[in-house]
Ligand binder design. Sequence first.
Ligand code: NAG
Ligand code: NAG
Ligand code: NAG
Ligand code: NAG
Ligand code: NAG
Ligand code: NAG
Ligand code: NAG
Ligand code: NAG
Ligand code: NAG
Length: 809
Amino acid sequence: MDATWKVFFLHLLISLSSYTSSGSTDTIDSTQSLRDSETIVSSGGMYELGFFNPENSTNRYVGIWYHAIPVRTIVWVANRESPLTNQAGVLKVMEPGVIVLVNDTGGTVWSSNRSSSAQTPVAQLLDSGNLVVKDADVDGTEENYLWQSFDYPTDTYLPGMKFGWNFVTGVEVFFAAWKASDDPAPGEITFHLEFEGYPQIFLRRNTIAITRIGPWDGISFSGFPDVRGNPVFNLDFVMDKNGVYFQENLINRQVFRRLRVNSNGVGQRFTWVNSTQEWEVFRSVPADNCDSYGLCGAYGICYIQNAPACSCLGRFVPRDSVAWTTADWTSGCIRRTNLSCNGDGFIKYSGIKLPDARNSWVNENMTFKECRVECLKNCTCMAYTKLNLSNGSGCLLWFGDLVDIRSLSADGQDIYIRMASSEIDSRVLEKRILIASLTSVTGIVLLAVSLILCIRKMNKDSTKGEEGGKYSESEHEESDITFFKLATILKATDCFAIENKLGEGGFGPVYKGMLEGGQEIAVKRLSRTSTQGLDEFKNEVIFIAKLQHRNLVRLLGCCMQKDENMLIYEYMPNKSLDAYLFGDSLDWPTRFRIINGIARGLLYLHQDSRLRIIHRDLKASNVLLDSDMNPKISDFGTARRFRDDETEAKTRRVVGTYGYMSPEYAVDGIFSTKSDIFSFGVLVLEIVSGKSNRGFSHKDHHLNLLGHAWTLYKEERSHELVEASLRKSQDLAQVMRSIHVGLLCLQQNPEDRPSISSVVLMLGNEGMLPEAKQPGFYTEREPIVSQNSTTTHATNSPNELTITMLDAR
Ligand SMILES: *[C@@H]1O[C@H](CO)[C@@H](O)[C@H](O)[C@H]1NC(C)=O
Ligand SMILES: *[C@@H]1O[C@H](CO)[C@@H](O)[C@H](O)[C@H]1NC(C)=O
Ligand SMILES: *[C@@H]1O[C@H](CO)[C@@H](O)[C@H](O)[C@H]1NC(C)=O
Ligand SMILES: *[C@@H]1O[C@H](CO)[C@@H](O)[C@H](O)[C@H]1NC(C)=O
Ligand SMILES: *[C@@H]1O[C@H](CO)[C@@H](O)[C@H](O)[C@H]1NC(C)=O
Ligand SMILES: *[C@@H]1O[C@H](CO)[C@@H](O)[C@H](O)[C@H]1NC(C)=O
Ligand SMILES: *[C@@H]1O[C@H](CO)[C@@H](O)[C@H](O)[C@H]1NC(C)=O
Ligand SMILES: *[C@@H]1O[C@H](CO)[C@@H](O)[C@H](O)[C@H]1NC(C)=O
Ligand SMILES: *[C@@H]1O[C@H](CO)[C@@H](O)[C@H](O)[C@H]1NC(C)=O
């Protein structure tokens, strides 16, 4: 036999036997077919095509998975909506160029379609994971493919795919999650590149937007920032008359990356890690609550580290302030000062995820200056930003309300929002300061006078409310407060730049700043609309200026102008205790030091200071931590001063926080040092257990944290309350003792609760402790609000409301 004949017989053999040696080749032609037991492998050994059944299902599907990875990871499914019910399926390539999947009766279960025909069509699995149909005689470039699986992906993005729209073929490449882990049919979760306005990526459940990624700023997608200068892959975003798409290309082909949308509505970016032999999730969207589309409404901004997470952008106020304080943010925010169209300007907001750009306009050639002019021209243009499209130029304008903004301190962008001229011109304010401080002495005198007048006026106003007379004796003691010039504060906080905002306190935003000498400060700024805040502001000035203790936050001074009331504190780099408490990030010695520090601060308030003060709102978020994790009690807005002969008082205005309030205070409005002791007891249990009293739930019972602790204590199982990572602590005896002291502080009857000096002694020594009696509020989740209370005014977080109940009597 000569060589020609040998080749002929070989061909014949292969076509007759269909596939015999699986993995030896990466193509199927029209003379071959792929049976259920067979697979083909891409030439570089990366991917494999074959039949599979999902876990817990007997249905058979044709799919692609990684050949090079031991964990079976399906990246594509052909017949996702039409499973085979047995193992008799066969995959074939037919003229003029389609792949078909037939069942045992020869019926077509699934088929690819095509844009043109081929003489000798072959299907080939490429090393990118792309299954393509092409003409065997024609060069295998993308334009020549008759069909490719990269145009019809299932739930997984693989590097090289063009995610978006091809206007020439009319094909949209998008992703739909599996219906369930055992059913690859398209579920209700989809991931589309939408090009209404300016292109963005939306993750949706049916038609409802779950989260938004984008828009593209020329370098990365806003809100999906892990893309700059990566050595492993590069990114392309193409937008022209032929299409709009996003493409990621691997530089190092040995790295496996994929992005998958799952049926829970989460998009996850995975990378295979050789050393652990596992897929690691590198990024998820939505990553957190602030990624929920439009959470904070129009002109709202979401800060994930804040509670509550939503605030209004600076110079905007809630549209519906009642709804806003009850954590219903849907109505969003409105301008503090209306636009006038002519004469408006812009204010820059930095470090944000750019708002939804569906109602926007883009020009790739405009410079930054032209962009601003363009926006000014049209009164409905609300904001602009610069893009880096062609050679660094590019302009994006927004029309209509700005929605879905979040703070991204490290990876955020800048946006310039249209603003009435009076909001921009801070020179007006500064001029007033200048006059007041022409000579600094007159300045201070003027300010001091205005402060006293102001306080006196406020006192008069508040006497119609309640025990306002209690403040009167402290009026003439005000002179030892330091007054800051507004210009100093504006400079220190960069004119209240949004990136300096630390959060939203009970009566307004708090900003970080740095004084000329380098001292870091926190500035509490009373919002102009807050009337309750004015009382609290006054209260805080009166009290905290007099107090100096290492476990109380220190007031450095205040700043008062006609419109601005601000308190200036030392800056606490470690935020508040609630940021650490719930979890295992603190070891026991630190927790114990915090418990003792709070006790000492309280001791000072109750007994040692010049005033006798009841804090009334002691809670984790009011305990700040300095750089050494020393606790400092803060927020004296609701504090009350007691005369020496007073032991308890009654109020019609109950202020405090659910979960921390003692029963006699929440129900009857009776407060004393013992109601602070109760709050301290709650804090101790939270610190030991790592759990919040308010958020606590247990599968076995309906008790709150206090009830749970009490039950365990009675059964001598208190160790089960302890946060898991602390159970092995060498100081378990100290942990148990702290629980015991905490329960003593929580006893139902205020008289039974120890004084703070006893608490300090009990914590620091080893003597016998009295038996704890039943705690107050150990079943209820919320205190019973007395029936005739008429208004409930809430400030602060949704989980941790500082509430005020006014009793109409
Ligand atoms: C398969 O079923 C078992 C038992 O019902 C279950 O534990 C497992 O999570 C299921 N696997 C998947 C992928 O759904
Ligand atoms: C095979 O497929 C055809 C077409 O989808 C269908 O009508 C037929 O019921 C299938 N046969 C079996 C045994 O599943
Ligand atoms: C190809 O088939 C898909 C469904 O598999 C369909 O959505 C698409 O419109 C078809 N394209 C053409 C050109 O027929
Ligand atoms: C991971 O392991 C595979 C198989 O051993 C190898 O081909 C690949 O180069 C490795 N990748 C990296 C990034 O080390
Ligand atoms: C601002 O505009 C809104 C809506 O146009 C209007 O209801 C409101 O009265 C205006 N406020 C002021 C202070 O002019
Ligand atoms: C931007 O400039 C390029 C090249 O000068 C031009 O082709 C394009 O049409 C311009 N685009 C717009 C929107 O003006
Ligand atoms: C302002 O922009 C809107 C939205 O693009 C457009 O409909 C309107 O015609 C523009 N008005 C002017 C005066 O250009
Ligand atoms: C960008 O700059 C390069 C070099 O300066 C120039 O050749 C190119 O035409 C520019 N592209 C556009 C779109 O302006
Ligand atoms: C635009 O992006 C390129 C890199 O893609 C960068 O080198 C350039 O500095 C950027 N230009 C501006 C104005 O940010």
